[in-house]
Design a protein around this ligand. Structure first.
Ligand code: GLN
Length: 410
């Protein structure tokens, strides 16, 4: 048993090679920030809570006896609200009874879908960098993880289209499409989505998405669910959640939608992961999805301002960066500040002591020694989903960062 776990741990990075649980990079950096009093621009969670009126609905639900197991698929009210949201924003038509499943956040939705639909011998393709839980889900399913780099260029982190053609093959059972993308902030363009769709069709692969930042895009950039591309609804499971949209990340209300047959398979797994959860939160999120557009717009505007503040501050301090079109995050190239032999991981681990700011190395979202991890080794991710005071403090402190001697002046 333990040997099997160690093999999995080694192969997947789910744990340390000796089998001990390893905190995620986010937990590690938050702990480090707390220990050192650093401004925490590492873990991406808002430091102010979502709309009071939404929280009031949940509080009233707790007081009024909505405290036992909700239906395994989610309350009918929430499933209808999710279907209505998909129709109103994207024109996607869903049967709330058979094509919508409520989950414990997007993380559970993706894990359940991968466990249901991939196993040993199957390849699951993701972009690289990738969100840590996607790799963990693939490892837990015993499938093989194959990646397609997002490459930094003047237009942003863009899909390596040649690598896509090589990565997706008849062995591919699933392509996980995360857009808006964590950690890069890339919103995939329609051309990139079309290429991924065509690759999925050629390989007869399914798509599982991660669209949790669907509403958090900037400069008028629009998010397009890949399920809306011609022919794609039949092979796509669309995943999102309320956490980022309504600044309620601890509520863990997510959902997965798509063809009834696939949702049935995901439900079979999901019922033995958490069974169900979040009873008092479900009516609150149902209302938020219907009546929360003004709150979403306000969050998007304020986030866009905070993105600009942090990006300007980082540039001022001497970082090169790629402006994100969405999400909570901006990635910056730390090369001017690296000592000989150091990479972004060493930089991020030292930064709280050095100037009192915490960040996350982009290599934490990469596989060891991959093409992407080599290209992105000096990059670090900062979050701007913090109040302006924290951002200003961080920016002020980063200005005190001294360039290393060997650093190339740019
Ligand atoms: N999604 C958050 C981030 O990318 C982290 C969530 C977590 O800590 N697992 O920072």
């Amino acid at each position: 048993m333990v040997q099997r776990w160690r093999d999995v741990a080694r192969a997947s990075g789910l744990a340390s090679p000796d089998g001990s649980a390893r905190p995620t990079i986010f937990a590690e950096m938050t702990a480090l920030a707390q220990r050192t009093g650093a401004a925490n621009l590492g873990q991406g969670f808002p430091d102010s809570d979502g709309p009071a009126w939404v929280r009031d609905i949940a509080a009233a639900a707790i007081r009024n006896g909505v405290n036992q197991y909700p239906p395994g698929r989610g309350t009918p009210e929430l499933r209808h609200a999710i279907a209505a949201h998909q129709l109103r924003h994207y024109g996607i038509e869903l049967d709330p009874e058979r094509e919508v499943l409520v989950t414990a956040g997007a993380t559970e939705a993706i894990a359940a879908a991968v466990l249901a639909l991939a196993g040993p011998g199957d390849e699951v393709v993701t972009l690289e960098p990738f969100y840590d839980s996607h790799a963990a889900a693939i490892a837990m399913a015993g499938a093989t993880h194959v990646t397609v780099p997002l490459t930094p260029d003047p237009d942003g982190f863009r899909l390596d289209t040649a690598a896509l053609d090589t990565a997706v093959s008849p062995r591919t059972s699933i392509i996980i499409v995360n857009t808006p993308h964590n950690p890069t902030g890339t919103v995939l363009s329609s051309r990139e989505l079309q290429l991924i769709a065509a690759a999925a069709q050629r390989a007869n692969a399914l798509i599982i998405t991660d669209e949790v930042y669907e509403h958090l895009t900037f400069d008028g950039v629009a998010h397009t669910p890949i399920a809306t591309l011609p022919g794609m609804a039949a092979r796509t499971l669309t995943v999102s959640s309320a956490g980022k949209t309504f600044s309620l990340t601890g509520w863990k209300i997510g959902w997965i939608t798509g063809p009834a047959e696939l949702i049935e398979a995901v439900t079979a797994i999901k019922q033995f992961l958490t069974y169900s959860g979040g009873a008092p939160f479900q009516p609150a999120i149902a209302r938020a999805l219907i009546d929360g557009d003004a709150d979403i717009a306000a969050l998007r505007d304020s986030l866009s301002t905070r993105r600009d503040l942090l990006a300007a501050g980082l540039r001022n301090a001497g970082f090169d960066l790629i402006m994100p079109a969405g999400t909570y995050f901006v990635c910056a190239d730390a090369r001017p500040f690296l000592s000989d032999g150091d990479d972004g991981a060493a930089f991020a681990r030292a930064l709280p002591e050095r100037v009192g700011v915490a960040a996350v190395p982009v290599s934490a979202f990469c596989r060891e020694a991959s093409t992407a991890s080599q290209a992105l080794a000096p990059w670090v991710r900062f979050t701007f989903v913090k109040d302006e005071r924290t951002l200003r403090t961080a920016v002020e402190r980063l200005r005190g960062l001294e360039r290393t001697r060997g650093a190339v002046q740019r």
